[in-house]
Design a protein around this ligand. Structure first.
Ligand SMILES: [Cu+2]
Length: 116
């Protein structure tokens, strides 16, 4: 039975290694998370496939927005207010493209979603 246990350990280790590789090699597609912290969107850009969700979580104690476009030309696709720490919003884009966004309250806060 010793050998079976050793085999199980080896299999578990292999699964772990595989899992890590899959994580590092995460393809565009699955849901992506963006954190808003100290007046920055992180990470940016994020890459998703069409229709995948990008979720935003505010980690600052103040209100930020996630607004599509640029401060000089908001495009009206989405605009979410995240009022204080822990608030979240989700954005879903169906068509491939590069979608910039920003915070209406702090114009230097910019980010980008790439849909491929
Ligand atoms: Cu802001």
């Amino acid at each position: 039975m010793e050998s079976r246990r050793r085999w199980k350990q080896r299999a578990a280790r292999a699964a772990l290694a595989l899992g890590l590789v899959v994580m590092l090699d995460a393809p565009a597609g699955s849901e992506q998370g963006v954190t808003i912290q100290t007046f920055q969107f992180k990470p940016t850009p994020v890459e998703v496939s069409p229709g995948a969700k990008v979720s935003f979580t505010n980690q600052d104690d103040i209100t930020h927005t996630v607004t599509s476009g640029t401060p000089d030309s908001p495009d009206g696709r989405f605009s979410h207010r995240l009022e204080g720490k822990g608030s979240t919003a989700t954005v879903e884009l169906g068509k491939p493209g590069v979608y910039p966004y920003f915070c209406e309250r702090h114009r230097s806060m910019r980010g980008e979603i790439r849909v491929k």
